[in-house]
Design a protein around this ligand. Structure first.
Ligand SMILES: [Zn+2]
Length: 302
């Protein structure tokens, strides 16, 4: 009886945690929605809403859709998935079949390869269906939405979205703001190439930045994250050159790394813990060539 009551309370708590969404204005036409999963952007156009990413659970998708259509000036005109991870895509089935869902060709391939079970049955209708390799512009109502593939980084298929008139960039998980990032080597991610990918992002015309995770910021936020990637890659290359085992590389990082000061750890239900040891291990695996084979399932997110 007590157990049943506790289980009931836990279920209510979890439901509320999952369903709880916060939002804030970035410009007059752009909002960000925060919740369990990647940050969602909503663009208001005079024809309706454009939405970037859909979080982790179908129930969140339904609430995001409702909220986004009220913030975004009407029915959804397009959804964009920045990359294939569950915490950016599993809300997709809340939109009706036939909705334009934009992603890179690589992201679509990763969804089908690494997350096949989820995208069976009715969910298959919510897979990205507007695919591109380098660049795709949408003109919706009075707004221009530019999706760009700028190179490898967090995965091999991430896009960034520029809301041209509003000068807002959604970077997806190519930028974690003051948080340790996931590095998905199994889906062609690369610490080494990530730095240059963000250099290309910085050439775009924007003022505000919505990161994949963490608070809205600006260009300087991206630069701080790049400084971290540079220090991480240098440390991993040095460890590889000296033939250090990963534990030694982690010791060196503990003693010397400074660019991650103030970074928070991300822990996901015991599945994944994103901390300094994690990022050093991933960079060491890339630098030494000790990456697990591509056929191994990747970590699910974020
Ligand atoms: Zn991710």
């Amino acid at each position: 009886m007590v157990l049943a009551t506790l289980a009931g309370m836990l279920a209510v708590y979890l439901y509320n945690r999952v369903a709880l969404l916060a939002h804030e204005a970035v410009t007059d036409s752009v909002h960000v929605i925060y919740g369990i999963g990647g940050n969602v952007a909503v663009l208001r156009t005079d024809s309706g809403a454009v939405i970037v990413d859909t979080m982790t659970f179908p129930i969140q998708g339904r609430r995001i859709r409702e909220l986004a259509e009220s913030l975004g000036g009407g029915p959804t005109q397009a959804v964009i998935n920045t990359h294939y991870h569950v915490d950016h895509t599993h809300g997709n089935p809340a939109w009706p079949a036939g909705t334009h869902i934009v992603a890179t060709e690589r992201t679509r391939a990763y969804l089908e390869r690494f997350d096949r079970d989820f995208w069976q049955g009715p969910a298959a209708g919510a897979l990205p269906n507007v695919l591109f390799s380098d660049r795709r512009d949408l003109r919706i109502g009075d707004k221009t939405i530019r999706s760009l593939y700028l190179g490898r980084g967090h995965t091999g298929g991430d896009l960034v979205v520029l809301f041209v008139e509003d000068r807002v960039l959604h970077t997806g998980d190519l930028f974690f703001n003051r948080l340790y990032p996931n590095i998905d080597l199994e889906a062609d991610g690369s610490v080494e190439e990530w730095i240059g990918t963000l250099d290309r992002a910085k050439t775009l015309d924007f003022d505000r930045v919505i990161p994949g995770h963490g608070a809205v910021t600006d260009r300087a936020g991206i630069e701080g994250f790049q400084a971290f990637l540079r220090e991480l890659w240098q440390l991993a290359q040095q460890a590889a050159a000296e033939g250090l085992p990963v534990e030694r590389a982690q010791d060196v990082a503990r003693a010397s790394m400074t660019s991650d000061r103030g970074f928070e750890v991300v822990a996901i239900l015991g599945i994944l813990r994103l901390d300094r040891d994690f990022v050093v291990r991933r960079a060491w695996e890339e630098a030494t060539g000790a990456v697990r084979p591509r056929s191994a399932p990747p970590r699910p997110g974020p």
